[in-house]
Design a protein around this ligand. Structure first.
Ligand code: PMP
Length: 357
């Protein structure tokens, strides 16, 4: 049997590493666990799992449509937003086509591209931010898709509403622009894109969101795409019939009502972000201003060695070697207690590494 060459060349996803007993601040999960309303629904609906799920996730889509003031036909639900990235590439990437994205960003854009035999073209970040001017310059006749991660994983930086709007108006409309907003609910900047508004203006825009982060449902796997009805219909052609489980659909729909949980997560994140940013300043580490639930810092040291030591001390974080940033680490904003523990471990590890220990 012959493996397709593009598949043979693919590198496996590098997940956040786990260590039993250590505090996990490696995968940008919600430190408060899942939405309690979602958990209540999971318990209630567990006895229904002999039934197949609704293949079109009607209830969840209708609820999302009301929230975003769009038509349910403008929404597609996926098994995590990861699956939607692969579905978008499976729908729009032409044979040997190209996707454009940043050099230091979420790896699934590349995975989805290679999976469908495409080529990836990457553009360096500018001060840790997606460089939309250079991205535009990298778009050519072979480009089928542009992936923009906003806020960007792993740097936490963002592009503004005005920058995104201007970019969309200049990208040819035969190129699909996918804006991945996995962390958007944590963004507080006044000029963070109101991307759903832009859907009214642009027929080549798709916005991705997820229940994995602020709603605390990463283990259930639910994400959704918002886009023009025609695009959503076309992407729906490559969807496996029962891609999102019955429990996942029901729990996600309940989580949408959990405003109290969301508000608490945002409040905690704002306070934790401020605390960590000031602590990094105190420790002399440069970090990018974050709009997400994590902070990326440049340590000037070997991030993998630092990561190992911090893990031994009791906290798992993410060395950014696999993101192409071998001197940087990324830490998820946790509870106040977790954040303090991380700072303590980091301080110890830095002192040891800086003294050559
Ligand atoms: N986009 C970004 C930028 C992410 O960081 C992640 C999770 N690591 C995802 C998407 C994946 O989300 P999901 O769990 O919905 O597949």
């Amino acid at each position: 049997m012959k493996v397709r060459p593009s598949v043979a060349a693919m590198q496996p996803y590098v997940p956040g590493e786990l260590r039993p007993g250590a505090v996990k601040l490696a995968s940008n999960e919600n430190p408060f666990g899942p939405s309690p309303l979602a958990v209540e629904t999971l318990r209630r609906d567990a006895s229904s799992v002999h039934l197949y799920p609704d293949q079109h996730a009607h209830r969840l889509r209708e609820k999302l449509a009301r929230i975003y003031s769009v038509d349910p036909d403008q929404i597609l639900v996926g098994n995590g937003s990861d699956e939607l990235m692969a579905m978008l590439a499976g729908t729009y990437l032409q044979h040997g086509g190209t996707t454009v994205t940043a050099a230091n960003t979420f790896s699934t854009y590349e995975f989805a591209t290679l999976l469908y035999g495409g080529h990836i073209r990457t553009v360096p970040l500018l001060d840790g931010r997606f460089d939309l001017e250079a991205t535009l310059g990298a778009v050519d006749d072979a480009t089928d898709i542009v992936f923009i991660c906003n806020p960007n994983n792993p740097t936490g930086t963002y592009v503004t509403h005005g920058e995104l709007e201007s970019f969309l108006s200049r990208v040819p409309d035969r190129v699909l622009v996918v804006v991945d907003e996995a962390y958007a609910e944590f963004a507080t900047a006044a000029d963070f894109p109101r991307s759903v508004e832009l859907l009214h203006q642009f027929g080549h825009l798709v916005v991705l969101r997820t229940f994995s982060k602020i709603y605390g449902l990463a283990g259930l796997r639910v994400g959704y795409a918002l886009g023009p009805a025609g695009v959503i219909r076309d992407v729906g052609r490559v969807k496996l019939p029962f891609n999102v489980s019955l429990l996942a659909q029901a729990a996600a729909a309940s989580a949408l009502d959990d405003n109290e949980f969301l508000a608490r997560a945002v409040r905690n994140n704002n306070e934790g972000r401020e605390y960590l940013e000031s602590e990094m300043k105190r420790l002399g580490l440069r970090c990018y201003p974050s709009q997400a639930n994590f902070i990326c810092m440049d340590t000037g040291l070997d991030a993998s060695a630092l990561f190992r030591r911090i893990m031994e001390l009791g906290v798992t974080i993410r060395p950014l070697t696999s993101f192409g940033l071998p001197a940087s680490i990324r830490v998820t904003i946790g509870t106040p207690e977790q954040n303090r523990l991380f700072v303590k471990c980091l301080e110890t590890a830095l002192a040891e590494q800086r003294s050559g220990g």
